[in-house]
Design a protein around this ligand. Sequence first.
Ligand code: ADP
Ligand code: MG
Length: 493
Amino acid sequence: MAPGPSLDAALRVAREFDLPSDQVQRGVDEFLSQMAEGMAKNGTNLSQIPTYVTSVPNGTEKGLYLAVDLGGTNFRVCSINLRGDSTFDLTQSKVAIPRDLMVAPSYKELFKFLAKQVESFLETHHNEHFEATVRRRRLTGTTDEYRREEIFDLGFTFSFPVHQTSINRGTLIRWTKGFDIPDAVGQDVCLMLQDAINELHLPVRVAALVNDTVGTLMARSYTSPGKTETVIGAIFGTGTNGAYVEKLNRLTKLNTKGEPAADATQQMVINTEWGSFDNNLSVLPNTLYDQQLDAASVNPGIQMFEKRVSGMFLGEILRLAILGLAKDATARLLRGDGTLIPTDSPLYTPWGIDTSFLSVIEADTTSDLAETKAALFEHFKVSNASTDDAQAIQAIGHAIAKRSARLSAIALAAILIDTKRIDTDETVDIGVDGSLVEFYPKFVDYIREAMREIKGIGEKEKKVRIGIAKDGSGVGAALIALVAHKGYAIESR
Ligand code: ADP
Ligand code: MG
């Protein structure tokens, strides 16, 4: 049977999201040049931020640490016991960040909320410790005259662009992922949290400021099989970003004050902030739907790579594409007899489609796409969608996610080429984290497929190992808190 009108039109839209090999290649070339620019000066698309993390773990690290993670969608609090044999125990709690705290005139409410989560975590999971120290500190009003071993060192995973000046100091450069709290920009991120923690007299020291990409890199390096050190940590969650191990002497912008150049063996983890790769759109694809999404976002013109790749945006791109087709009378999408879209359908609400919907429809292998139809009804109140409609939506969702994976390959491949890691005989390990890469079917396979098409990678793609850094942000933050306060771990020594 020939495809019906809605499927024909949808396949045309799906093709708009194709990213052919030559465009991937141009992306890599541009990424390489923007990396170089970011190493030499400030204010570039790729910020190439020094993280002050100068070594990666090998699995023997030990100790008990607290970690918190402000991701974009959720806030997690956890305690991690590193066992020193590449394994760990982790206890965690997770809450969704209330929308009204993400866009607010003052940062105080948000950080107060975060500190309260830490408080209830300690009460629930470390009650003995909590009772003993908090009661006393509240009685005496003490905040800094305490015995060091009573204090938890906390790694703060803060996944927004920060100008970092030491392991636990850094000011917010800009908000991303829909956050907008103007008075926080330019403030020290650790101090905002430490102040809120001190208000509650909690026995917690913010010891390290951690970007989630760096945490992922560290966690993967601690847990990854064998002796191989991890080269890249990458996030594909609400947002996307990556960090990698770089030779310090290539970071020439650090060396503007006439300091002697770092010696050739010194390394530092660099946070690329690749979400802002190619903000000027010299190589990135730019469909009508990308343009609509950007225009309606809180930060038009910024994070243009992220807006084509990460979880916060893929659902919205699909929504805009569906709406475009549904409005087009000749396309006949969702216009069959008996098909009904009520006016209060989330299809009509900006950000109304969560990217998890793309995973659900991609995984639907039923012959009449019953699961897709059920999801259309359940999430969007669309009743009696036809099989053609379901196929149409599946095809577009697939194309959007595949484009995202192929764009992701650009960033990963460029770093492997730039650092020459791909040219050694060893396995190249990449740690990844985030719901998109974890749950979207075959996301990593699509990345690998695109990598093989890139000059300088090709067959060598086989040497690349890509693995999820499970609980990466917690474990990674613990590892960095450990590096920051080596010797002051809370465990009895
Ligand atoms: P964070 O970015 O806060 O650390 P996650 O890594 O869980 O959190 O990413 C959340 C993002 O992932 C959201 O944008 C959400 O739409 C998307 N997401 C959640 N579940 C899935 C899924 N099953 N498949 C694809 N994307 C998902
Ligand atoms: Mg995350």
